[in-house]
Design a binder for this molecule. Structure first.
Ligand SMILES: [Zn+2]
Length: 369
């Protein structure tokens, strides 16, 4: 864990077997438990198990990075939050990857809190330079003029075996595919939303959206998609007879770090999320000094509480100017083991509503009271 962070190494499991309870330390530990970047101990995950890891990023900034492992298949969705996060992300992945190859890399949109860790700088090796890279799927459109975007795209073009935009995937254009088979019963489907084609008023709405489907269970990722993009996603699939709506999602990566601009009613009605995991630094003034609008926002909480209380958050801000932050749930692993869902946290195992931060900074909606 990076300088300034308070290391929390407790590994805890919350399991859902006809209810919701804590299992004390049932994990074996790997040989890699000297790696403090992953919280001190590393759970051993079997080859046949699909695991989805929401990562802390080693600094005080909010950003996304989600690592997915299924047998020999390794997928990384985004590499935020800053260039120096790459060291944290690489160390984490090294504890799980077997062949040093990321078969699929997704860059949802061209903001630094999603792509800055992909490329190398004078002081850090980027994720794309560290691993062998298979297929990169990224945003069909961008208005970004940043060096971050240029550096990412240059590295992508040098390092990947094949590059497709999400639109090419959706359209099954050339070698691009809408649905990738990841293994027995598991697929990754690149979803359609209107801002793959149309100009958006915010870069966030260019976000690549995708669904992992495991034996009928759906796990949704929408990057930083905001309301107009979410509405188009939900509307599009409502009118697709072969999908008949997006359908219930067992897991939803809380959109845009728990911002008030995302996780809007139409999308939530379409997916009725059961587990919501957010990569963010709770209570950080990085984007706003209005406490209610700091991630995860009160509006996000109000809307999500209708569906679930199983909300997890990676990091907690302690003192922004002092560069002090600590794990909230820490690195959060969503694991399906023998058909049952297990959440493994490198930090505390409390759901958001039971955290001290929530009780001091948010008002519990009726559903959570
Ligand atoms: Zn973001």
């Amino acid at each position: 864990m990076a300088k300034g962070a308070l290391a929390v190494s407790l590994v805890c499991i919350v399991s859902l077997i006809g209810g919701f309870f804590v299992v004390a330390n049932p994990l074996e530990h790997s040989d890699h438990d000297d790696d403090s970047d992953s919280g001190g101990t590393t759970p051993v995950i079997k080859d046949e198990e699909l695991s989805i890891h929401f990562l802390e990023l080693g600094n005080k900034y909010t950003g996304d990075s989600v690592y997915i492992n299924y047998g020999e298949i390794d997928i990384l969705i985004d590499a935020g939050s800053r260039t120096d996060s790459s060291t944290t992300i690489i160390n984490y992945i090294n504890d799980h990857i077997k062949d040093n190859k990321l078969e699929y890399v997704i860059a949802t949109h061209a903001h630094q809190d999603h792509i800055a860790g992909f490329y190398s700088t004078g002081s850090s090796v980027g994720v794309l330079d560290n691993f062998e890279i298979g297929i990169v799927i990224d945003y069909p459109r961008s208005d970004a003029t940043s060096a971050t975007r240029t550096n990412y795209e240059r590295t992508r073009d040098l390092r990947c075996t094949e590059h497709f935009t999400a639109l090419q995937c959706y359209n099954n254009e050339g070698n691009a595919k809408r649905i990738y088979e990841l293994g027995p019963g598991v697929t990754m489907e690149i979803l359609y939303q209107r801002y793959y084609v149309e100009k958006a008023s915010t870069e966030n709405n260019y976000s690549v959206c995708l669904m992992i489907v495991q034996n009928g269970k759906q796990y949704l990722f929408t990057g930083d998609l905001e309301k107009a993009g979410e509405d188009s996603l939900a509307d599009f699939y409502q009118n697709q007879p072969e999908r008949n709506g997006l359908g219930h999602c067992v897991l939803y990566k809380g959109g845009h770090h728990g911002s008030s601009t995302s996780s809007n009613v139409k999308l939530l009605e379409a997916i009725t999320p059961e587990y919501v995991i957010i990569c963010t630094c709770a209570g950080s003034p990085e984007y706003t000094t209005n406490p209610l609008n700091q991630f995860p926002t009160q509006e996000f909480v109000n809307r999500i509480a209708v569906y679930t209380e199983k909300v997890y958050v990676t990091t907690l801000m302690v003192n922004y100017s002092g560069n002090v932050f600590q794990s909230m749930n820490g690195n959060v692993i969503f694991l399906v083991k023998d058909g049952e869902i297990t959440i493994i946290c490198s930090g505390d195992d409390k759901v958001l509503k039971d955290t001290e931060w929530f009780q001091n900074n948010r008002t519990a909606p009726a559903a959570w009271a």
